[in-house]
Design a protein around this ligand. Sequence first.
Ligand code: GLN
Length: 470
Amino acid sequence: MKLLNDLKDGKITSRAATEACLAREEALDSSLHSFLHVDRSAPERAGSVDNSSKPLAGLPIAVKDVLMVEGMPATCGSKILEGFMPPFTATAVQKLIDAGAIVIGKTNTDEFAMGSSTENSAYGVTHNPWNLKRVPGGSSGGSAAAVAAGLVPAALGTDTGGSIRQPASFCGVSGIKPTYGRVSRYGLAAYGSSLDSVGVLGRSVDDIVPIFEQMIGKDPLDATTVDPPAGRGDRPVAPTLNGTKIGVPAEYFVKGMQAEVEGRVREAIGMLEKLGAQIIPINLPHTEYALPVYYILAPAEASANLARYDGIRYTPRESDASLQDVYRQTRGKRFGAEVERRIMLGTYALSAGYYDAYYGKAQKVRTLIRRDFEEAFGVVDAIAAPIAPTTAFEIGSHGDDPLSMYLEDIFTLPANLAGVPGLALPVGFDGDQMPIGMQLMGARFSEEKLFAIGRAYQGVTDWHEMKPIL
Ligand code: GLN
């Protein structure tokens, strides 16, 4: 990462770099609304890490507002956590702070990360830096917009069903959704616990790798974390793609998708071939079930996870009449419509009499989806596919139609259901100058391989260097 090198070489101080981020935020974020909280004292903290030899010494970053950072409010984009100050810091963030990073603030998100556009944030929508009338994607839309607009060199996001890759694609930046379990979720407000992962967005693969490397690893505070089995996870970066097998799944090029998305993704795949990769048509036959399976499992898990927001344990509280009333009033008044919808869907799917028909069945189909990937990775090193069927859509265009919003997620959900990593790369623009992204999915713990392919691609293309005019 260039800024990291400049910081190490003493070409810029951390204080100056942090001040520059805050100045740009002040100049531009009234029109973007990518931040929910900015710490104006960050430059002072930055002052104390100058000249340190830590791996991320002095690097300013932003954090999606579903991750806890001590000393900063955590809203999760919800009115139910308005004014909540977490008493601790998420492990993923703490590791970056320990490595010298400076957290400058918290970025906007759909409420509890439920959404694909940031329109479900209770604190207002984030605008896409490439066209302020369009959404930045979601739910990590604040992080993607902040990186694309150059407010920060990198930002943390979370991905339960596409929330790092899709906003990266909509805003023309890179992003990694790690293998399930590779990055600790301690201190992340849980949404779908069997799907949630914490990752990074940055302009290029080079920008995200040093941060990813500091975040990973087993955490005693998150029992789902695992270290890669020996021999996996730290493969050397190959200088060329010679011998690399890249699968292209037929199921990810569907009728009705924007022609320019298919066009640019196929061109990018052509570039990988020019770099020496062998392109292999493959099938992931259960892809069409990913959407219904996800929209049963994720709400089911959410309905359990969100039970904790009861007006007792967190601020604020509506009503003091009776215990029932505290629950009813606080949840009724402070959850947004999408969160309520998910809680109802999830509660229904888990209820006696329906559990086997919905939740149980969805779990079985999830296994089939995971097996599709296992079989594919027996043959190919990585899978290249579009991230979303369209480029960023206009704010408000999905209006009151939640199903049409869910359909935006068809290409991102399978990786979460299978627990495999996905790397988002910008690969071009449509006729309206809106960015288009491609994802590389790999076997569990193959992030380093995905980074090597991504680096090779970004070595011969400059889509990741394009910046919106603001
Ligand atoms: N758009 C999907 C949803 O609403 C995914 C969100 C996410 O990855 N956090 O659930």
